[in-house]
Design a protein around this ligand. Structure first.
Ligand code: C5P
Length: 222
């Protein structure tokens, strides 16, 4: 059986990780959340007072940092230098700073190197912003997930409630739009649909509807 690579890109809170996890489980593939890697280095920099705007310092910090993504009972666990930071990297201060860090070309070079390595054996579902365009440009399946800002803010709000993180819809709409803007307008590997990616607008489709579409694409290639 062919161990294919599935790349899922799209803007913030479009449901990428939710569907990627389900698809990975159905295929017994490894799920790799590349956003968690950018969040991890951002979290470490905040902890160590490393200036987020400084490209060289941030790239050096990453070179000295071990990031591990491992499957846990309730989803993927994230470890930085052996410490479990799964919850911490989802907090607001990280979420609202990560796009500053993600624009640094030097840092992205190292991230992409690590991500290519993780994808090299196949049998992976990887989600992020530049997976179809830079990390696995020859992925067997490429999907670009979209949803309206309104819908994404509501989904993130519900997630936050479940996790006990305080937020308001209006604030989330602003933050999501701001992150999309930074991610789409940066010079290095901006958020962009790959020419050969299949676009799915999830605004009015259920999670399982999206999963079915991706599974269909995957099964054609396996
Ligand atoms: O996917 P998630 O929303 O957790 O990603 C957090 C941030 O990490 C994004 O807003 C983006 O700035 C950055 N990112 C990226 N490239 C990726 C994945 C995430 O630039 N492949």
């Amino acid at each position: 059986k062919n161990q294919i690579r599935i790349a899922i890109d799209g803007p913030a809170a479009a449901g990428k990780s939710t569907v990627a996890k389900i698809v990975a489980e159905k295929l017994s593939y490894v799920y790799i959340d590349t956003g968690a890697m950018y969040r991890s280095i951002t979290y470490k920099a905040i902890q160590h007072n490393v200036p987020l705007h400084n490209e060289r310092e941030m790239a050096n910090l990453l070179l000295q940092t071990d990031i591990q993504l491992t499957p846990g009972e309730e989803g993927q666990l994230v470890f930085i230098d052996g410490n479990n930071v799964t919850k911490e990297i989802r907090l607001n201060d990280v979420t609202n700073s990560v796009s500053i860090v993600a624009k640094h070309g030097l840092l992205r070079e190292e991230m992409v190197k690590r991500q290519k390595q993780l994808a090299s054996l196949g049998g992976v579902v990887m989600d992020g912003r530049d997976i179809g365009t830079h990390v696995i440009p020859d992925a067997e399946v490429k999907v670009f997930l979209l949803a309206s800002v309104e819908e994404r803010a509501h989904r993130r709000y519900d997630e936050n409630i479940a996790k006990g993180i305080p937020s308001t819809i209006d604030q989330l709409k602003k933050e999501i739009a701001q992150r999309d803007k930074l991610d789409s307008e940066r010079e290095v590997a901006p958020l962009k649909k790959a020419d050969d990616a299949v676009e799915i607008d999830t605004t009015s489709i259920s999670i399982y509807g999206v999963v079915d579409q991706i599974m269909k694409l995957a099964l054609e290639r396996i």
